[in-house]
Design a binder for this molecule. Structure first.
Ligand code: HEC
Ligand code: HEC
Length: 505
């Protein structure tokens, strides 16, 4: 009897243990900076000899891990609760990241949201030795000049206040959320949506008002946007300019496009929607990075949030250039931990789009038929509305080995080639984007030159004297928005139906 009871008890314990094992989640966390994987994750640049050589894993893992502090919302001053800043100043610094407490997949996803929102720099938008202590997000003139959208509760959802030291309230910037949050017209803030913080306008403000010297500002812009195959082109343009002129290069750029590092000053790109990223085979408009696994998304975040600043582009090392040619040590940077990156990637994979207010009706069904008859589905097939392929840009000769290694559709769509032919993100390709979520996305095209679907499908945009309504490159105040001539020549009714259909996706 005794033994039976003991055996039953033992069984019960085993069952209980295995039940809790089924509940909990056993993450298999890939190594982010595996040398072989990092070496193969980017496709070669259109100037292949300038493709980056990244730092070694040994170097990378000696960089300090970014601590994640409790953070607080930033209100526009007139919407701020009374006494808010004083209340913040009385908060204790508190670290909120603790991977040892994460049990279930949901725990990891919630932790990933913390990483998504966690600032990686404090104070100014421009990096480096500027030391503004002033909270510019509390100045009225900053809002007048930058014109950021606010969520309905008066919050500026792109940035957070952080207390790293008691009594000192800092502005935390450069979280994923800075660039990848979209405020919709109804005032809801969609995390991971196609971002609409007017980053370039804020950067212009920063260049003009921060305490960096003109030389430092110039070196910053060179580090971000230099093409090492034609260095004098950028430098000679920047040389005669003072802070005000440098700022003017970026001021006035619309929300929704952003001159990310490794692009060129004249080729900001549309900020992509991260909702649905799980199903995309290539990352970036130029398809620069492969996305074969969750590890690759972790690598994307590591590379783009500091890692690729250390790379050598045939001898040009952006961070070293910015620091005036200094030899770099791991302490010159910092990094996310692999656990943070894994949680972040799970969070991105969990994102779902906001409810679409546009429903199917007679007109959208007609639009669906136009979509089929115009051959859109050859490149944008349901359910993802992308074939996940790369298309060569005007003027790019596809190397033979690319045909074996990458998924290429040998059709030239004919959009402006500069971003992919003349930048350090340029591969010679543009990927076929997904059309899901088009209803909340603008501006359109890789460069965001047009601002509505009506404009995208308007044949007038091909005219020489056309003035685009989205981002307009400074060297072409007018001129055609070339390429992607699909769907331009259908009847007015069919076009309206096609657009109505696209807004339901
Ligand atoms: C300073 C603004 C900025 C920050 C901060 C930022 N991104 Fe981005 N991100 C961009 C821009 C701009 C692009 C488009 C680049 C391109 O296509 O060349 C992009 C592209 C991406 C893509 C590729 C998506 C696709 O479909 O092609 C992913 C994934 C991504 N970002 C994730 C992140 C994550 C995760 C973080 C935080 C760890 C982050 N980003 C931080 C601006 C930013
Ligand atoms: C041969 C392949 C191909 C065909 C056919 C095609 N597209 Fe595209 N589409 C692309 C590529 C590539 C891009 C990105 C171009 C760029 O940004 O440089 C794109 C971009 C778009 C965009 C802009 C998306 C955004 O987020 O900016 C829309 C909208 C679009 N296509 C709709 C359509 C419709 C509707 C049809 C049919 C009338 C169609 N496409 C036919 C390849 C194609």
């Amino acid at each position: 009897m005794q033994t039976v009871t003991a055996a039953t008890w033992l069984m019960a314990v085993i069952c209980a243990t295995s039940a809790s094992a089924a509940d909990s989640f056993h993450p298999e966390i890939p190594k982010t900076w595996d040398d072989a994987e990092i070496g193969a994750v980017e496709i070669p640049l259109s100037h292949p000899e300038y493709s980056p050589k990244h730092i070694s894993g040994q170097f990378y893992y000696r960089m300090p891990v970014r601590p994640i502090y409790q953070s607080y919302p930033v209100y526009r001053p007139d919407r701020e609760p009374p006494g808010y800043l004083d209340w913040l100043a009385r908060r204790e610094p508190r670290l909120v990241w603790d991977a040892s407490k994460l049990r279930t997949r949901e725990d990891w996803i919630r932790a990933g949201e913390l990483v998504f929102e966690a600032p990686i720099a404090y104070g100014p938008i421009g990096v480096g030795p500027a030391h503004s202590e002033e909270l510019y997000v509390r100045s009225r003139s900053w809002y007048e000049r930058v014109r950021p959208a606010l969520s309905s509760d008066g919050v500026l959802p792109f940035v957070r206040y952080v207390v790293r030291e008691k009594g000192k309230v800092e502005l935390g910037v450069f979280a994923c959320a800075l660039c990848h949050t979209r405020v919709l017209p109804d005032g809801s803030a969609i995390k991971g949506g196609p971002g609409n913080f007017p980053f370039d306008a804020a950067f212009a403000e920063d260049i003009e008002t921060e305490t960096r010297s003109v030389t430092e500002n110039r070196r910053l812009l060179e580090a971000l946007y230099w093409k090492p195959w034609a260095p004098s082109e950028v430098s000679s343009k920047l040389k005669p300019l003072d802070a005000k002129d440098l700022a003017a290069l970026l001021a006035g750029r619309p929300a929704g496009v952003l001159t990310r590092h490794r692009l060129s000053l004249d080729t900001p790109v549309q900020i992509p929607d991260l909702i649905g990223v799980e199903h995309r085979a290539y990352l970036d408009h130029t398809g620069l990075q492969l996305h074969r696994s969750i590890g690759d998304l972790m690598r994307y975040a590591a590379l783009n949030q500091g890692g690729d600043d250390f790379a050598s582009f045939a001898g040009f090392v952006p961070l070293a250039h910015f620091l005036g040619g200094q030899k770099l040590t791991p302490e010159a940077g910092d990094r996310y931990s692999d656990e943070q990156l894994y949680a972040l990637a799970l969070y991105l994979y969990s994102l779902r789009p906001p409810a679409n207010p546009n429903h199917a009706n007679e007109q959208t069904r007609r639009g669906g038929r136009v979509f089929a008859s115009q051959g859109c589905a050859n490149c944008h097939p349901a359910p993802l509305y992308t074939n996940n392929k790369l298309t060569p840009a005007v003027g790019f000769r596809v190397p033979e080995e690319h045909r074996r290694r990458y998924n290429i559709l040998p059709v030239v769509v004919g959009t402006d080639p500069e971003a992919t032919m003349e930048t350090r993100r340029g591969t010679g390709y543009y990927k076929v984007p997904s059309l899901l979520g088009l209803w909340y996305r603008a501006p359109l095209g890789h460069g965001g030159w047009v601002s509505t679907l009506e404009e995208w499908f308007d044949p007038k945009r091909l005219n020489d004297n056309y003035v685009p309504t989205g981002f307009t490159p400074p060297h072409r105040k007018h001129g055609p928005v070339t390429g992607h001539e699909f769907g331009l020549n259908v009847s007015t009714e069919d076009k309206a139906a096609l657009i109505a259909f696209l807004r339901t996706l």
